[in-house]
Design a protein around this ligand. Structure first.
Ligand code: ZN
Ligand code: ZN
Length: 100
């Protein structure tokens, strides 16, 4: 009986750590880290709007074109508007097409 209890304890202890580390990972996942525009690592805290690694602070703005949210430093100012990286690329492509 004593032996059985010992094994039980060992198993539940390792289970605890498995569950515990999984919870930490889940938490990391829940926190929604995005790619930092500066250091390009997935360490940008989307809630705190600051990179946990390089300390870069950013803000989210809505794209005038597609209405999607994007990081301000990734977009481009076009007159009084801000375009997201996707629309900037689309815009540049259209511009080049017209030009040539
Ligand atoms: Zn960073
Ligand atoms: Zn856009």
């Amino acid at each position: 009986m004593g032996m059985y209890q010992t094994i039980c304890l060992m198993v539940s202890e390792s289970d605890f750590w498995d569950v515990h580390s999984q919870k930490v990972l889940d938490r990391m996942h829940d926190l929604d880290f995005d790619e930092c525009p500066i250091c390009l690592l997935d360490s940008f805290d989307m809630e705190g709007l600051q990179c946990q690694l390089c300390g870069h602070e950013d803000s989210y703005i809505d794209c005038i074109e597609c209405k999607e949210e994007f990081l301000a430093s990734l977009g481009e100012e076009v007159g009084d508007y801000e375009l997201c990286p996707v629309c900037v690329r689309a815009d540049a492509a259209a511009f080049n097409h017209e030009k040539y």
